[in-house]
Write a protein that binds this ligand. Structure first.
Ligand SMILES: [Zn+2]
Length: 107
């Protein structure tokens, strides 16, 4: 499925929605995950932190199954979702080889 990848260079940067400019990752909030209506998912390589119902329905496997898979590959799972178009932000977690992914779409 088509997606566009945007690399976010620093782990501590706020990430704003490209459509409404809401800070979806807001490090000034105690609850720093603040999804907006355009947020499809927020995930780290370790698992999902947030997932919208409409995106969960589009995944090839239920989230519980993805989390239970010892060879879990979050990025591969989200890019296999049956979703027309999405934008994926990829942020370095500051730990070697670990990333956070945030998916958006305009609906
Ligand atoms: Zn938004």
């Amino acid at each position: 499925m088509p997606y566009q990848l945007v690399e976010v260079s620093t782990a501590t940067a706020n990430v704003c929605c490209p459509y409404c400019d809401h800070a979806v990752l807001d490090w000034e909030q105690e609850q720093y995950i603040q999804p907006c209506e355009h947020t499809l998912f927020i995930a780290m390589d370790l698992g999902f932190e947030y997932i919208a119902d409409r995106f969960e329905e589009a995944l090839p496997q239920p989230v519980e199954e993805i989390h239970e898979d010892p060879n879990m590959n979050i990025f591969l799972s989200v890019t296999q979702a049956n979703y027309a178009v999405m934008l994926i932000y990829k942020a370095d977690l500051g730990v070697e080889g670990m990333f956070r992914y945030i998916g958006f779409n305009q609906n």
